[in-house]
Design a binder for this molecule. Structure first.
Ligand code: MLT
Ligand code: ZN
Length: 458
């Protein structure tokens, strides 16, 4: 059966979640049908907002029986069109599943899918722990979405990606059946790791309703340095040197002069240095004791640093972080960008960054290219403005460039709808058929996120 999108209010859903939790008015659903960038805009007959795993299971069962497709949504901060109803699906919003329990003894949290990343981080800190994943949309992004997409972010080089934090999950499969494995046992060799399979499955196999997450020891002493370089090569060399020499390194973020200038124009921030420099590296070290001396010593021994601004207290550190974190909002002021999120092997990072701008402008001469990202783990965000939303020629050129250099076409944002036609650049035909077989086993009627991740048959 191919699930259908419905152009009318699906009956039966209000009986499950209550009439007030089925939104149908255009002004009520507007925030659920368009993505943050404005590039992906869908339509839906209804947004359904269950409040428990049992309600999610009833909604999924009802939709399976009626042949209604669902788009799963957390905080709607995704960047690859995977969380909005591009095929007219009913939107299943998980935001009301917001229970959070911190187990201070185990150093773990059990979080409902709708808990925001910021709420999880605050809950962990309140219990003298910390959560290892962080990214700029923390106030809106939800735990369920971050697990479903295996979100990365700013501290992957220190703590790993979201998958590295997940020790258990509860989910409603596309059959309507519930699986729940939330005990949090760190050693638990009892067969398939379904939580790990669901992590990064982008809502194609099941609806994650809760997860058990590993917490990390707090690192309250935090210092930041913004380093300026007059060329790309020394900035890249500095990343390797700092990773080797600063054991408490928790972030290494790269950006360039055009992006910094745009951020300053849009936000009104003063430039960090009196001179313009080609490349900037924002590095952070954090620990239980003050890492300032370690970081300063390592920075002092780097070759070719043109200038340095240190953030030794939380106010100045936050100011320096803002130059990096404000890239996304600044670029969005230029119109819906194309967002390409790639990882390169360390040895190919320089070649990719050198080639990316002309790869774009060779295709569309008037396009503007913004490069920034998480240099510590090889993840570069190629944002391109000045393109029509559905003109994918630049996307294709950049993804071929990354894959040709041994990289991945998705570092942390996922495949979504945006990149599924290029999944073959990183995955063999056998792998893609295995993905499809797993989906058929867990979502036999294909009702969960039908337009996401798995390429349509040719
Ligand atoms: C970031 O790291 O700021 C986002 O993942 C990238 C983006 O907005 O393109
Ligand atoms: Zn990122």
């Amino acid at each position: 059966m191919t699930p259908k999108a419905h152009d009318r209010i699906p009956p039966g859903l209000a009986d499950i979640v209550g009439p007030s939790q089925v939104l149908t008015e255009p002004d009520m659903v507007a925030g659920y049908v368009a993505d943050f960038t404005g590039r992906y805009v869908g339509a839906t007959p209804a947004v359904v907002r269950p409040a428990s795993t049992a309600e999610v299971a009833a909604v999924v069962s009802w939709c399976r029986q009626e042949g209604v497709a669902l788009t799963l949504q957390g905080g709607n901060t995704g960047l690859v069109g995977g969380g909005v109803p591009l095929g007219g699906e009913v939107v299943l919003s998980l935001r009301r599943l917001d229970a959070l329990e911190i187990d201070g003894t185990a150093g773990q949290a059990t979080a409902g899918a709708g808990v925001t990343l910021a709420a999880l981080q605050a809950g962990a800190v309140g219990a003298q722990w910390a959560y290892g994943v962080d990214f700029a949309s923390r106030d809106s992004a939800t735990v369920g979405g971050s697990v479903a997409t295996n979100a990365g972010g700013l501290r992957v080089l220190r703590y790993g990606d979201t998958r590295a934090q997940v020790v258990g999950a509860e989910a409603v499969l596309g059959t309507g059946a519930v699986i729940s494995h939330l005990s949090g046992l760190v050693k638990d060799n009892t067969g398939y790791n379904l939580a790990s399979l669901l992590c990064g499955s982008e809502g194609t196999l099941g609806v994650i309703t809760a997860v058990r997450l590993r917490l990390v020891p707090p690192a309250p002493q935090r210092v930041v340095a913004l380093l300026a370089f007059d060329g790309l090569a020394p900035a890249i060399a500095a990343v390797g040197a700092l990773r080797r020499e600063v054991g408490s390194l928790s972030a290494a973020e790269l950006f360039f002069a055009p992006g910094l200038e745009l951020v300053c124009d849009v936000t009104g921030l003063r430039p960090p240095f009196s001179d313009r420099h080609a490349a900037y590296l924002l590095v952070e070290a954090a620990g239980q004791s003050d890492p300032a001396a370690d970081l300063s010593d390592a920075v002092g021994s780097l070759a070719a640093v043109a200038d340095v601004a240190m953030g030794l207290d939380s106010v100045r550190s936050a100011e320096l972080w803002r130059y990096r974190e404000a890239h996304t909002e600044a670029i969005n002021t230029l119109g819906p960008p194309h967002k390409l999120d790639v990882t390169l092997p360390a040895s190919a990072l320089g070649a990719f960054l050198d080639a990316a701008p002309t790869t774009v402008t060779d295709v569309v001469a008037t396009a503007r290219v913004w490069l920034f990202g998480h240099a510590g783990d090889g993840n570069i965000h190629v944002n391109v403005s000045g393109l029509e939303p559905d003109d994918e020629r630049v996307d294709e050129a950049v993804l071929f460039l990354a894959a040709g250099l041994g990289g991945s076409i998705s570092a942390e944002h996922g495949i979504g709808t945006a990149k599924r036609r290029w999944l073959h650049l990183n995955r063999s035909a056998t792998e893609i058929e295995t993905f499809a077989s797993i989906k058929r086993a867990l979502d036999p009627d294909g009702i969960l996120n039908p337009n996401v991740l798995i390429p349509p048959p040719l």
